[in-house]
Design a protein around this ligand. Structure first.
Ligand code: NAD
Ligand code: IPM
Ligand code: MN
Length: 369
């Protein structure tokens, strides 16, 4: 049986609670002989700051570099609002993405049949929804320089963030989107603000040229990011793969999450480029944050986290059948009416974080029998 090295980074807020549920799945997969995981647990975010005064230690960065994959839950919270900018919890997450060169963030927004009623949209609009948002993750305004606040000395300050994209960055994320589209609905919608931003203009130019050169079999259209936000809540099923920059991808994926029933449903995979042997660095993380408002209450939804582990099985460990089984187990549990408190619906039978995790393991046991 293959042994995979997985670094767990529970982080802050609900992070440890949902990580415990992912660990139940890992234990089960080991017991069932699907794969064996050698896990280590590190600190990131506020937890790392409290222990070491940094957002992630060099030691834990090294573990992340050496692991086959990283599974990160969430970072941040009001407790660390006042800490210096470069050691704030979010800096740990951003350093992991940047140093591991995880430029491609895949955020699938899938509406499980049982949750069509729980969406903020009418059930017909979301039934069968299956969108893949491909978010550029190591460039754009998150990392562009200069990034600073200067004191103008007259009681005024000036804050600057810089959006920078180079051709190669747009081309490689475009390639990820087109390749994914070929295995799905064969449609890509590329989104930027080419009407106001130079980086948007370059984005559109590079995606158009790449499409013409290598992917003319895929249907491509362009949509301004504000209009795309509107279309996501008007008629979301028009989309297959959406490719967009770091900031728009962040915002649009939170919007898309509500179509699926809850932000607590959206997993993600953050992938680097494959090396010569085809191996790629990867981190798997729910799209949601540390949910400080419900931390410690044992009511967080662990599905985004368990789904992120499923994506690790698919994209890092070449275990697509096990990944499918996790998706099927989640779907089955939802079909039985089990809901954590974040998911609204009349048929709901309210369960705790760990009851949801246990129910998914139970289903998984049936499916893989
Ligand atoms: P959030 O995603 O933490 O929470 C938004 C809302 O969604 C809250 O009401 C929360 O209770 C709910 N929610 C989120 N995940 C849930 C889950 N799994 N189950 C049930 N309900 C859930 O966003 P926020 O409140 O804006 O941010 C809180 C902190 O998290 C901030 O410090 C932010 O920077 C950080 N953050 C971290 C990540 C990450 O680590 N990947 C992602 C987003 C935000
Ligand atoms: C996300 C989060 C992060 C982001 C924050 C916590 C840095 O919102 O993963 O969606 O903005 O990328
Ligand atoms: Mn976000």
């Amino acid at each position: 049986m293959a042994v995979y090295k997985l670094l767990l980074l529970p982080g802050d807020g609900i992070g440890p609670e949902i990580t415990a549920e992912a660990e139940k799945i890992l234990d089960f997969l080991g017991e069932a002989g699907v794969a064996s995981f050698e896990t280590e647990t590190g600190l990131v975010g506020g937890a790392a700051y409290d222990a070491h005064g940094v957002a992630i230690s060099e030691e834990d960065m090294k573990l992340a570099q050496e692991a086959d994959a990283v599974l990160l839950a969430a970072v941040g919270g009001p407790k660390w609002d006042g800490v210096p900018y470069d050691v704030r919890p979010e800096a740990g997450l951003l350093r992991l993405r940047k140093d591991l060169a995880l430029f491609a963030n895949l955020r699938p927004a899938i509406c499980y049949p049982a949750l069509a009623e729980a969406s903020s949209l009418k059930p017909d609009l979301v039934k069968g929804l299956d969108i893949m948002i491909v978010r550029e993750l190591t460039g754009g305004v998150y990392f562009g320089e200069p990034k600073e606040i200067t004191d103008l000395g007259n009681g005024q300050k000036r804050a600057v963030d810089t959006q920078v994209y180079e051709t190669y960055e747009i081309e490689r994320i475009g390639r990820v989107a087109f390749e994914l589209a070929r295995k799905r609905g064969n449609r890509v919608t590329s989104s930027e603000k080419a009407n106001v931003m130079k980086s948007g203009l370059l984005w559109r130019e590079v995606i158009t040229a790449l499409h013409k050169r290598e992917y003319s079999d895929v249907q491509l259209d362009h949509m301004l990011a504000d209009a795309l936000g509107m279309q996501l809540v008007r008629w979301p099923k028009q989309f297959d793969v959406i490719v967009t920059d770091n900031l728009f991808g962040d915002i649009l994926s939170d919007v898309a999450s509500m179509l699926t029933g809850s932000l607590g449903m959206l997993p993600s995979a953050s992938l680097g480029a494959p090396d010569a042997s085809g191996k790629r660095k990867a981190m798997y993380e729910p799209c949601h944050g540390s949910a400080p408002d419900i931390a410690g209450k044992e009511i967080a939804n662990p599905i985004a986290m368990i789904g992120s582990l499923g994506m690790a099985l698919r994209y890092s460990f070449d275990l697509p059948a096990a990944a499918d089984a996790i998706d099927a187990a989640i779907s089955a549990v939802l079909a039985q009416g089990l809901r954590t408190a974040d998911i609204k619906g009349s048929a709901a039978s309210s369960v705790s974080t760990s009851q949801m995790g246990d129910a998914i393991v139970k289903e998984l046991r049936e499916i893989l029998k």
